[in-house]
Design a binder for this molecule. Structure first.
Ligand SMILES: [Zn+2]
Length: 342
């Protein structure tokens, strides 16, 4: 048990074998193995297979051709027993959209694979929130979705505008016209708790579920350190100046391709000036209150994010006293004593 139990997308079981990405013969051999599996992505949505026990994200690679071939493929890596796992971006025509009730950041499209009732496209947020596949499969889905999202939007060279081609087992695109190499991007996002005395600062965006408060967050800008981004975002969103910043833990966040960098920041002031264009509200919560948020027992019905989100673990780290500045450091890999139920 560690304080990070239940964190989504953080248990990738694959050996990425990056040294084999340029070796076409080795890639062909891996692809031909009987135990080779593929994660299929169609229109940014994973395509799962229904099984007697539930849903499976790892399909035989033969399904790629059966569903009309791929726009791009990548070798994600090898499972502990050596079976290779590929990701494939299917053509849009492989699925049909039946409806779209998407709102805010929730993907509520209903897609179907014509003629294949055994296959079910499901958005990744629902997969991880509902634990529809094992945690290690959800982590592989995160890699596949982020990488295929990038391929789907980088068919042309951003330098000269000519078509680019897939290279390095799906981990690079190359422009044969100008020679530019393009690499998949990961966008760092800081997500943090400002803490002062026995209190921590949480806020809520209008798009959050009702009565849910969470850690403040924002993109790291070019030329900025993680520490500077943490201080800037807290100052911008809540008007609170911060001093020391400490790293806690990180989480891949494939919506579409971020890395959440969890931190704690030592607040130097308490007065709040909330940026109402970003936040509906922000307020200080005592350590006792944060425990009630996590346990869903807060007297005002307020809640915190579920364990799949790193914000949950930041709040839990604070609630159980795993935060210290100066000589101490947050200890994300340790279990909480008297851990609040999640
Ligand atoms: Zn080019």
């Amino acid at each position: 048990m560690t304080i990070l139990d239940g964190l989504g997308f953080a248990t990738d079981p694959l050996d990425r074998v990056s040294d084999r990405r340029e070796d076409r013969e080795a890639l062909s051999t891996l692809y031909a193995r009987g135990d080779a599996r593929a994660i299929l992505i169609a229109r940014d949505m994973p395509v799962l297979r229904k099984t007697g026990a539930g849903l499976d994200a790892l399909l035989p690679v033969s399904e790629i051709e059966a569903l009309g071939g791929a726009r791009a493929e990548a070798l994600l890596g090898l499972l502990p027993r050596g079976a290779p796992v590929f990701a494939a971006l299917l053509h849009d025509a492989a699925v049909v959209q039946e409806s779209d009730a998407s709102e805010g950041f929730l993907d509520r499209r209903v897609l179907v694979v014509p003629g294949r009732v055994d296959l079910k496209p499901v958005d990744l947020r629902s997969i991880v929130a509902g634990a529809l596949v094992p945690a290690d499969q959800a982590s592989m889905l995160a890699s596949a979705k982020a990488l295929m999202h990038w391929h789907a939007r980088r068919s042309y060279c951003s330098n000269c505008g000519q078509p680019s081609v897939v290279a390095a087992a799906g981990w690079r695109r190359e422009c044969k016209t100008c020679g530019m190499h393009h690499f998949p991007r990961t966008d760092p996002v800081v997500i943090m708790l400002a803490v002062e005395g026995d209190d921590c600062l949480l806020g809520r965006q209008p798009r959050f579920p009702k009565r849910m408060y969470s850690a403040l967050a924002g993109f790291v800008e070019p030329g900025e350190t993680i520490e500077a981004a943490v201080r800037r975002e807290i100052e911008e969103e809540a008007g609170v100046a911060c001093g020391e910043v400490t790293y806690f833990a990180s989480q891949p966040w494939p919506f579409p391709s971020s890395l959440m960098v969890g931190c704690f920041a030592e607040a130097k002031s308490r007065a709040l000036t909330v940026d109402r264009t970003e936040l509906e509200d922000a307020r200080w919560f005592s350590r006792e209150e944060t425990r009630l948020l996590l346990e869903r027992r807060h007297p005002d019905g307020l809640t915190a994010p579920i364990p799949m989100a790193i914000a949950h673990h930041l709040i839990k780290g604070w609630a159980c006293g795993k935060v210290a500045f100066g000589s101490g450091r947050p200890r994300a890999r340790e279990a909480c004593d008297g851990e609040p139920a999640s």
